[in-house]
Design a protein around this ligand. Structure first.
Ligand code: MEV
Length: 322
């Protein structure tokens, strides 16, 4: 069986969405593919190209299924392990399994590689066990697996990876916004690994140590997201760009941007972008810029300051099982 899921960008609202504020996100045409095959023994073998390899033994006890005696790249493949364990526990059954993972999405790029691999692993694992889970079940299992690795998390990544299309996410609610006009977005990857678990922890600590400043920042990001959705609907791209810039300023206030991201963002703005901001967890990873017309100038500017422009389609299909 092969399952695949897309990466994603946040147009607005990352981090604030963890605290029940709305976010606007969309899948991109970079996908993670997971091929699954069953085995006669109780061993699990994972081979993820460019990420690592892992071996372990499946064990079921009291309705909970775990992968034990793990060896290899355990930390790098934590999402995959949690995804398999939660799928087996949900199905109340487990068995030997071989997973081969191929991804277009660089790990730590802020483009949703963890949500894509978690979602596709759950779909590929359940399919090989002869069970076709619906999107909601996959998304729910993926959310619990992601939380187990990341700590506090929103449902954005797994919902977008499962459902596809532009989505407004708030808490448990996901609204598909199919009527949105196309946007010319340029993605710039810093090439630096950004740890979402780390930046999410940073915001959590900031919120605990300084709630009087942090909570209003999160609420304002929520208000910007709401205004941004309205501006996208109206096709007022100048306003969308200005709101992206405002969102970035507040993300800087939450200390989740980085020098590399700031350099790419400044370059994009200086070469005609209507707005630019980091996307996803930050602390490295990627930024996005909104282009008014031909994005070539922005693409060149990002390259000139050491970034890697990524050309991709936005608003594509979600989870697919073949
Ligand atoms: C990371 O892709 C997005 C964050 O908002 C975390 C989350 O939504 O779980 C930073």
């Amino acid at each position: 069986m092969i399952a695949s899921a897309p990466g994603q960008i946040f147009l607005f609202g990352e981090h604030a969405v963890v605290y029940s504020q709305p976010a606007l996100a969309a899948p991109i045409d970079l996908r993670t593919r997971v091929k699954s095959e069953s085995r006669d023994d109780m061993r699990v073998l994972v081979d993820s190209e460019g990420v690592g390899k892992l071996e372990g033994v499946v064990r079921g006890k009291g309705g909970q299924w775990t992968i034990e005696k793990k060896s290899g790249d355990v930390r790098e493949l934590e999402h995959v392990v949690k995804a398999v364990e939660s799928t087996f526990s949900h199905l109340g059954d487990g068995g030997g399994l071989e997973l081969e993972i191929l991804s277009d999405i660089p790990v730590g790029s802020g483009l949703g590689s963890s949500s894509a691999v978690t979602t596709a692993t759950i779909a590929a694992t359940s399919a090989v066990m002869g069970e076709v889970l619906d999107g909601e079940d996959v998304s729910e299992l993926a959310f619990s697996a992601e939380k187990a690795v990341q700590g506090p998390a929103s449902r954005t990544g797994v919902s977008v990876a499962t459902q596809g299309g532009f989505a407004r996410i708030q808490g448990r609610e996901m609204e598909n916004l199919e009527e949105l006009p196309p946007l010319d977005i340029v993605i710039g990857y810093t090439g630096i690994y950004g740890s979402t678990a780390e930046t999410v922890r940073r915001v959590k600590q900031l919120r605990e140590s300084n709630p009087m400043i942090t909570n209003p920042i999160l609420e304002t990001i929520g208000a910007i997201t709401q205004a941004g959705i309205q501006a996208v609907k109206e096709g007022d791209f100048k306003k969308v760009g200005a709101l992206m810039n405002a969102n970035q300023n507040l993300l800087e206030g939450l200390r989740v941007s980085s020098e590399d991201l700031d350099r790419l963002i400044t370059a994009a703005r200086g070469s005609g972008a209507l707005g630019a901001k980091l996307t996803g967890g930050g602390g490295g990873g990627s930024m996005i810029a909104l282009s008014e017309s031909d994005p070539q100038g922005i693409v060149e500017a990002i390259k000139e300051v050491g970034g890697q422009p990524i050309a991709t389609e936005i608003g594509v299909e979600g989870l697919k099982v073949e």
